[in-house]
Each structure stands twice: as structure tokens, then as C-alpha cells.
Design a protein around this ligand. Structure first.
Ligand code: AMP
Length: 117
């Protein structure tokens, strides 16, 4: 799908609106979710303008791997890696995606139910 660079995560990357950053490097950023669904809830996003996971292409493969690696690294830093955490990607409106800049949710600090709703 078309990438709209006025989305909230693009604006966070441009520092037009604030976020509580937990990590940043040349490929990605991680910051706290503004409406946490668990005691720990942060997002890992690529700097590249990718609207949905389904829009990633062949040249994005290394970035996609990096996002997962950083998700675990930040979870370790926050001390929740051993206790357990959940990684979620909502792809498309029907799956619950509301911000159309690819993001990985990382949730931790409570027991998680399965299957997710
Ligand atoms: P999704 O529904 O998968 O697209 O997830 C979007 C997430 O972005 C939700 O969990 C929101 O709470 C979160 N969110 C929206 N605006 C902000 C913001 N300004 N800072 C941090 N997280 C946000």
C-alpha cells in the first residue's frame, strides 16, 4: 500500500512529536507505546518507510531481522526477556493495524492468553 509520511510514527522519527525512546540506531527505533496493553509495551519500527509487513520487499530482509533482534535486546535491557514477552505485528486494518508504518509490538510483565483476539 501507499506510504503516507504524515503517520504518527513518521512524525516521531522526525521528532515532530515526542516519544519515550528506548533504542535508536541507523535502521530502527524503539519507544514506549502511548497506550500500553501490558506493564511493558514498546514498539520497534524501521526507519525505512514501510507501511505494512506485507509491503516489505527483498531489500528489507536485513531490516526485518534487525527489528526482531532489537525487540529481544530491548526486552533484555528492561529485564523482561527471561520472564517471557510477546511479539505482535498487526498487518492491515482487519488485523488491528491503526498506524501504517510497520511496527513490532513487544508486550511483557503479565501472563498472556492464547489465542489472541
Ligand atoms: P497498531 O494498532 O498495531 O497499528 O498499533 C499502533 C500502536 O501505536 C498502538 O498500540 C498505539 O497505542 C500506539 N501509538 C499511537 N500513537 C502513539 C504515539 N504517539 N506514541 C507511542 N505509541 C503510539
Amino acid at each position: 500500500m501507499h506510504y503516507d509520511d504524515t503517520n504518527v510514527f513518521a512524525r516521531i522519527l522526525r521528532r515532530e512529536i515526542p516519544a519515550r525512546f528506548l533504542h535508536e540506531d541507523h535502521l530502527c527505533a524503539a519507544f514506549a507505546d502511548v497506550a500500553p496493553q501490558a506493564p511493558v509495551h514498546f514498539l520497534v519500527i524501521p526507519k525505512r518507510p514501510i507501511a505494512r509487513l506485507a509491503d516489505a520487499n527483498d531489500t528489507d530482509k536485513a531490516v526485518l531481522g534487525h527489528l526482531l533482534f532489537v525487540a529481544a535486546e530491548v526486552a533484555r535491557t528492561l529485564g523482561v526477556a527471561e520472564d517471557g514477552f510477546r511479539v505482535v505485528v498487526n498487518n492491515g486494518a482487519r488485523a488491528g493495524q491503526t498506524v501504517f508504518h510497520l511496527h513490532i509490538h513487544v508486550l511483557a510483565g503479565r501472563a498472556m492468553a492464547w489465542p489472541p483476539g
